[in-house]
Design a protein around this ligand. Structure first.
Ligand code: NAD
Length: 471
């Protein structure tokens, strides 16, 4: 068993909670702090505040043993050697990351810091945040010998967060001193040595004893940039394929075949080449904006990233125009919307393209019945049910007597609908698919008018030619 480290994780959101539970799974002693009392109470009482695979099992295994939950930051910091900051860093008005939550936490830590601690940025932050943290601590008169600041950005994806954490593509540690680097290496030793993967109760995944997790040690500045640049690159891939999809759609080519053909080149790779409604969520939009801002602050013009954002925003217009083209007028139309979360396998609706599209449909006078396997509760808080917006218990209830069905999030079950049943349930057999979940020929065979992204529209073979464009 590797040497256990006492760890404090501040923030119990998608990153903080997963990190805290996974550190406990790796054998460390963890205390997870949040200022949100309701969340901490849920966690203490055995609840799971977010939808994430494996999280309920790991919480049941470690709650009250390897990991505790509290709102008392000072006491948690006092008993920990390493403090991970995992609070939100949302987008501010200028596009820059709003670091006020990070600063508030650092000020609180500074008040009671005694003995040597490593303060680690787990949140996604702009370059030089490590320097600002150091400065805030000095301003609070904390002795420079009592702390180090390190960067350890998180690359987990919502939906596969636990598995990503325990089987990472890489662990990045940015540390300016050997002492901080050694402590962080010790924390990740169960993954980098592979010892975790030999345990009978280990979560299975891509890493093994023979192929353990890799750790890259670098400076804090480089680690901060690695995170921003990684997200910007992935967002760029999505915008690139969406731009190509719009061209493909205009010339009756098929973006799915094109993406397969491009992705077969090992230099490019097939992932993140999925045309659709564009990216959303709490990371890509704000991180691309923040990285653009960082470059501007250095006097550099990173126009590529501005274009990535522009293409992404425009993609929702592209979809909306497809809806209008398929249905002519929207006022009074009843539409079924499948999907509320920003992507599948999560209940997160932050910056969700699906929510945005639904909002626009309502503004255009349509009535919407929406369904999502995980995020209806969260969506209800943001968009309460009304005369024009209702929530359904399953896709077929949403589809009942609707003028058309819209697919807005790529949940697996939305690609496995009972098509004959769907056809009987809808008022008109029209499906407008923002996530390319079906083959156009299959939809035509089942009598649907099918509109998707970057592919020829298809009409029911009964109505006319299967590949006739109706735009
Ligand atoms: P989140 O909003 O889900 O969670 C943040 C938590 O911090 C909240 O529970 C909030 O109550 C708590 N908090 C805020 N101020 C606090 C304070 N002063 N003391 C204690 N708790 C406080 O956010 P998230 O999605 O977990 O993201 C956190 C960071 O990680 C962000 O910088 C984000 O960009 C980054 N990140 C997120 C993901 C992701 O997929 N969500 C992936 C990688 C990195």
């Amino acid at each position: 068993m590797p040497e256990a480290v006492s760890i404090c994780v501040i923030g119990s959101g998608y990153v903080g909670l997963v990190a805290a539970v996974c550190f406990a799974e790796m054998g460390h002693r963890v205390v997870c702090v949040d200022k949100d009392e309701a969340k901490i109470n849920i966690l203490r009482e055995g609840g799971v505040p977010i939808f994430e695979h494996h999280l309920p099992d790991l919480l049941a295994k470690h709650r009250g043993r390897g990991v505790e939950f509290t709102t008392e930051l000072a006491a948690a910091v006092e008993r920990s050697e390493v403090i991970f900051i995992a609070v939100g860093t949302p987008q501010g008005d200028t596009g820059a990351a709003d670091l006020s939550y990070v600063e508030a936490v650092v000020s609180e830590i500074a008040r009671d810091l005694s003995g040597y601690k490593v303060i680690v940025e787990k949140s996604t932050v702009p370059v030089y945040t490590n320097e600002w943290i150091r400065r805030v601590l000095s301003r609070h008169r904390v002795d420079a010998g009592h702390f180090d600041v390190a960067s350890n950005p998180e690359f987990l994806r919502e939906g596969t967060a636990v598995s990503d954490f325990l089987h990472p593509d890489r662990i990045v540690v940015g540390a300016g001193t050997d002492r901080a680097a050694e402590l962080l290496k010790r924390i990740y030793a169960p993954l980098t040595s592979g010892s975790y993967y030999t345990r009978a109760d280990a979560l299975k995944g891509s890493c093994t004893l023979e192929k353990p997790a890799r750790l890259l040690l670098t400076s804090a500045q480089s680690a901060e940039i690695i995170k921003h640049a990684s997200n910007a690159f992935l967002a760029m891939k999505i915008s690139f394929i969406n731009a190509v999809a719009n061209l493909a759609g205009a010339v009756d080519a098929d973006i799915e075949d094109i993406a397969t053909g491009i992705g077969m080149d090992s230099r490019i790779g097939s992932r993140f080449l999925k045309a659709g409604l564009g990216y959303g969520g709490s990371c890509f939009p704000k991180d691309v904006a923040a990285f653009t801002y960082v470059a501007q602050q250095q006097g550099l013009d990173f126009q590529l990233l501005e274009e990535v954002q522009r293409i992404n925003d425009a993609q929702r217009d592209v979809f909306f125009k497809k809806v209008e083209s398929a249905l002519w007028t929207l006022r009074g139309k009843k539409l079924a919307a499948l999907g509320l979360a920003f992507k599948c396998d999560t209940d997160d609706i932050r910056e969700s393209p699906a929510m945005d599209v639904i909002q626009r449909l309502l503004e255009a006078g349509a009535r919407v019945t929406a369904y999502d396997p995980a995020s209806i509760e969260r969506a209800r808080e943001k968009m309460p049910p009304s005369e024009i917006l209702t929530y359904a218990a399953d896709p077929y209830e949403a589809a009942r007597d609707a003028d058309a069905l819209l697919i807005l999030t790529e949940w697996k079950e939305f690609g496995e609908l009972d098509l004959p049943r769907l056809g009987r349930t809808l008022k008109f057999p029209i499906v407008i698919d923002g996530r390319n979940m079906y083959r156009p020929e299959l939809m035509a065979e089942h009598g649907f008018t099918y509109v998707s992204m970057g592919r020829p529209d298809s009409q029911s073979t009964e109505v006319g030619s299967a590949k006739k464009k109706i735009l």
